[in-house]
Design a protein around this ligand. Structure first.
Ligand code: HEM
Ligand code: HEM
Length: 230
């Protein structure tokens, strides 16, 4: 767990330049992951009420989401600086201090995910995993999930899906609120990878991630999906 946040509340670059710097903070795999995830979750939701053979659109898009979870877990260990769990999973003390400062409208600047956003990323991944696993425990319309023998499908799956929907709502609300309060456009950074960082903050471009590390993460995701494809 990160005990020294990527937040710099004191001037780290106290020269006379006051112009924001353009800094590359999100690597390509993280950005592709995010927007492909949004697409796949939307597909799983839209198809969730489908019946008969159309239910398979739901089952397949949901099963692919398992691959997204595995990819992100691996990328949180071997990805670039701000994609690493050690960069954005902060201790309780830091989250508490950040929250107090946020509530008094003076949050310190975060280069990557802020301490609250970091835990929201963890919560989204955990609840999405539970939604996927409980989906695999469900049976309906002649479909029998690969984990149906364990039980816990049906109502639990619906409950997990609703909890996931609630977290997504809070996540998007947080991004919009951040934009309104600070004027910072976080979705644009999640598209381009680049943030306009205030001159007083010490931040540098992430390193190139190459091809091998993304390939390892994708390969592990493919194996996970293959194991549960039914
Ligand atoms: C199905 C809906 C969504 C899900 C499941 C989702 C999930 C996530 C996850 C897991 C991350 C962490 C990214 C990473 O480090 O890998 C993230 C970050 C982010 N998401 Fe979403 N997201 C959703 C929709 C959206 C939408 C619609 C927007 C645009 C308004 C958005 C904007 C962002 C931004 C800006 C970040 C980075 C936040 C930061 O700078 O700390 N997300 N999202
Ligand atoms: C994050 C991923 C997922 C989400 C958000 C999701 C969401 C939902 C929702 C909202 C329903 C409708 C519940 C109802 O009104 O009865 C549903 C039903 C269903 N889902 Fe999923 N699901 C996901 C993943 C999966 C997976 C991976 C599978 C199987 C491999 C699956 C299998 C089913 C089945 C069989 C049903 C119909 C039976 C039931 O109601 O339990 N789902 N899902």
């Amino acid at each position: 767990m990160n005990k020294s946040p990527n937040i710099i509340s004191e001037p780290a670059n106290p020269d006379n330049s006051s112009l924001p710097k353009q800094v590359r903070i999100w690597d390509l795999p993280t950005r592709v992951f995010h927007w492909a995830l949004v697409f796949m979750v939307a597909l799983a939701w839209i198809s969730s009420e489908a019946e008969g053979s159309l239910l398979f659109i739901h089952v397949y898009s949901g099963t692919l989401l398992l691959g997204f979870v595995v990819f992100r877990l691996v990328w949180g260990i071997i990805g670039s600086r701000h994609a690493l769990f050690t960069d954005f999973v902060f201790s309780w003390e830091i989250v508490r201090d950040y929250t107090i400062k946020l509530l008094t409208f003076r949050p310190p600047y975060s280069v990557g995910h802020n301490p609250l956003g970091g835990w929201m990323v963890v919560a989204l991944l955990v609840v999405m995993t539970l939604a996927v696993l409980s989906g695999m425990m469900s049976s309906e319309d002649g479909y029998r999930g690969p984990l149906a023998h364990i039980g816990f499908g049906g109502d639990i799956h619906e409950g997990m899906a609703n909890l996931f929907g609630f977290l997504i709502f809070v996540h998007i609300g947080g991004v919009v609120a951040h934009g309104l309060i600070s004027g910072e456009n976080l979705p644009r950074a999640m598209i381009s990878g680049i943030k306009n960082i205030p001159a007083r903050i010490g931040a540098s471009d992430i390193r190139n991630v190459g091809v091998l590390r993304p390939a390892i993460a994708v390969a592990m995701a493919v194996v996970a999906v293959w194991l549960f494809w039914s």
